[in-house]
Design a binder for this molecule. Structure first.
Ligand SMILES: [Zn+2]
Length: 641
């Protein structure tokens, strides 16, 4: 239990005691008699991790949010000790051999068969079944790949560049006044802007000076170059060798195997289909941007990359007259919080009951019990406002997974402004969307608890399906009917006008053809980098060829965006996952034709998908719910609407 007064040594001692329980469970598993039934083997295997459920979550959350530095440090130690035990377990030859000796045909049911089959697959993927020399090489290579990946990321994080603004402060025309005020000339009378996103995004969006945008983007696209071009070669070569040692043709084949998409060929097919679907719209958008640009430069024949965000913004302002500040008065923090809870309660037929006495780690943290069918079935913490030493982004942290009879717990961690007696803390709509997104993860986790086996409890689904429930729930933040339930003007109490929501939505969706095309370029590039032997291969030349084929912007000679494309490390070949999750979310959304507050539909969705956790393959969950395989038609209709 995380409290503000928690003693660091107690916390560490409790975590270590649980680790000991887990080790004891491992020993019991290894000591099973050869004659043990497959049901007993599966049960004993799943039991190894159970003492740690709750410890892992608490340590992860505390390390990112606890106000006490001593607790944060001790939590890091716990996180590391758990990770070390996890690695030891995942490479444990004895455990593998015991599982491999199982006759899966004798398994008592599909859950047990699935649990054992998944575990065996993961053991093979870590190379446990290979000979001694190969295992040694794999282990060395794994460590090496971690270091190369860290070097790649660090080179990006540490390379901030800047340019002198042509024409001094006057060269910042078009940018908001507070931006201009914050960029005073230096001792030499020069005004500089940097490649950090706080400068880069506003400059690319608002600066009238095309010369400034071109210069800044040139530097932005060369962050970490040339250093990371060499690091990338090592990363590609190392991962290729790793995959070959495990018997895969390429890294892409290895990394897609345990995802919903399964193979590089299916990933390629998906990317092609989506890129093709976006093509006509992308071309129409570029034609429109060019027409707009010609009002200023009649001879213009092309839109450059550094012109895209700027002309899209110009068009949005002219055509749609939408100002993102204009909706904030409808989104006071408390109204939004209560709206997300009430919407979720009505939709899924549950209740959120405030609990002001549950122990918490900071006074601003709130607690709610999720009441389902008259009984408390889960607990929710909301840690929603910024403070020093707290996690800076928005995310759902699970605290306990919850097995049969044991309520799951989770916490949303965000950084929204905090309301006070005099300030309703008005959010941007982007924050409202984030709230729904993270709450989508939270509901998935809570509804997926109470499984028979820990292995399937919570969001234990394939990586490329994880963002489907969260992206789906974002739709509720864009729906007039949903917003009218809680988005009321903080002075007048009037609900948000439908017409304002419609313009907000149109502004958000402007440029979606270009956006999807760009995403598919990233996806195909990352896939193709990893779906080959990298010896003698030139990633930069390949990047230029793909870009020319897929996007309307001419390549700017001398730029190397791939050097700072951080996903090439963390996501490697599977950048497609973002769009994949969205395509499936749009397909599911199509079922809510009767309105987003259709409770019957929501309960079916909950039962078929959310409540299942990892009990079945995600493709099967989607098929159970839709009554057919997922399809791209709903996404294509949205794209071309
Ligand atoms: Zn997410």
């Amino acid at each position: 239990m995380l409290t503000a007064e928690l003693d660091p040594q107690d916390f560490l001692a409790q975590a270590r005691a649980r680790l000991e329980q887990s080790r004891a469970a491992l020993a019991r598993f290894l000591a099973l008699a050869p004659s043990a039934s497959s049901a007993d083997v599966v049960e004993a295997f799943d039991a190894i991790g159970r003492p740690l459920d709750g410890v892992r979550g608490a340590a992860g959350l505390a390390s990112q949010t606890h106000p006490s530095e001593a607790i944060r440090q001790v939590s890091q130690v716990v996180v590391q000790e758990l990770a070390a035990f996890g690695t030891e377990l995942s490479l444990h030859r004895g455990v593998y051999e015991r599982l491999a000796a199982l006759d899966l045909a004798q398994a008592p049911g599909p859950l047990e068969r699935r649990l054992a089959a998944n575990a065996l697959r993961d053991y093979r993927r870590s190379g446990v079944d290979r000979d001694e020399a190969t295992r040694e090489r794999i282990s060395k290579l794994s460590d090496e790949l971690v270091r190369i990946g860290q070097e790649f990321d660090l080179n990006i994080a540490s390379d901030t560049r800047s340019v002198v603004v042509p024409g001094g402060r006057a060269g910042l025309a078009g940018l908001p006044q507070d931006f201009i005020d914050a960029h005073a000339p230096d001792a030499n009378g020069e005004v500089r802007v940097s490649t950090d996103s706080t400068d880069y995004v506003p400059v690319m969006t608002y600066a009238h000076s095309a010369e400034l945008r071109r210069k800044l983007q040139f530097e932005y696209f060369n962050r970490a170059a040339p250093a990371n071009l060499a690091v990338l070669q090592r990363l590609l070569a190392g991962r290729h060798e790793f995959a070959r040692l495990l018997g895969y043709a390429t890294w892409a084949e290895y990394v897609t195997e345990d995802k919903m998409i399964r193979t590089p060929a299916r990933a390629r097919e998906f990317i092609e289909r989506v890129a093709q679907a976006a093509r006509a719209r992308m071309q129409a958008e570029v034609a429109e941007l060019l027409e707009c640009k010609r009002e200023r430069e009649p001879q213009a024949s092309v839109i450059h990359e550094w012109e895209r965000a700027y002309w899209i913004e110009q068009l949005k302002t002219r055509r749609l007259r939408f100002d993102s500040q204009s909706v904030r008065p409808y989104f006071g923090y408390r109204a939004v919080r209560d709206g997300v809870l009430a919407t979720s309660a009505a939709l899924f037929g549950v209740e959120f009951r405030r609990n002001d006495t549950a122990p918490r780690w900071h006074p601003s943290v709130e607690c709610y019990e999720l009441v389902d069918g008259g009984a408390v079935s889960a607990r929710v913490f909301l840690d929603m406002h910024p403070r020093p030493n707290k996690y800076k982004h928005a995310a759902m942290f699970d605290l306990t997974t919850g097995l049969a009879g044991d309520p799951p717990q989770a916490c949303l961690v965000c950084n929204f402004p905090e309301p006070s007696a005099s300030d309703p803390a008005l959010l941007l709509h982007r924050d409202v969307e984030t709230f729904f997104h993270e709450f989508g993860h939270l509901l998935h986790h809570l509804f997926a608890g109470r499984q028979r086996y820990l292995a399937f409890a919570g969001i234990a689904t394939e990586w490329d399906f994880v963002e489907t429930p969260s992206q789906l729930y974002e739709e509720w933040a864009w729906d007039t009917g949903v917003l009218r339930r809680f988005a009321r003007h903080h002075h007048s109490g009037e609900p948000i006008p439908d017409e304002l929501v419609a313009r907000m939505r149109a502004a958000d969706e402007y440029g979606k053809g270009l956006h999807v095309a760009q995403q598919m370029f990233f996806a195909r590039f990352s896939l193709e980098l990893y779906d080959r032997d990298p010896a003698g291969f030139d990633p930069t030349a390949h990047m230029i060829a793909l870009k020319t084929a897929m996007l309307p912007f001419p390549h700017e000679p001398g730029t190397h965006f791939l050097a700072s494309f951080g996903h090439l490390n963390g996501y490697s070949a599977i950048y497609y996952t973002y769009m994949w999750s969205l395509v499936i979310a749009k397909d599911i959304l199509g079922r809510f034709e009767g309105g987003l507050m259709d409770q019957g539909e929501a309960r079916r969705y909950r039962a078929s998908i959310l409540a299942q956790g990892g009990a079945k393959d995600a493709a099967e969950l989607v098929r159970d719910y839709l009554g057919r395989d997922y399809a791209t038609e709903a996404f294509e209709r949205w794209l071309n609407a």
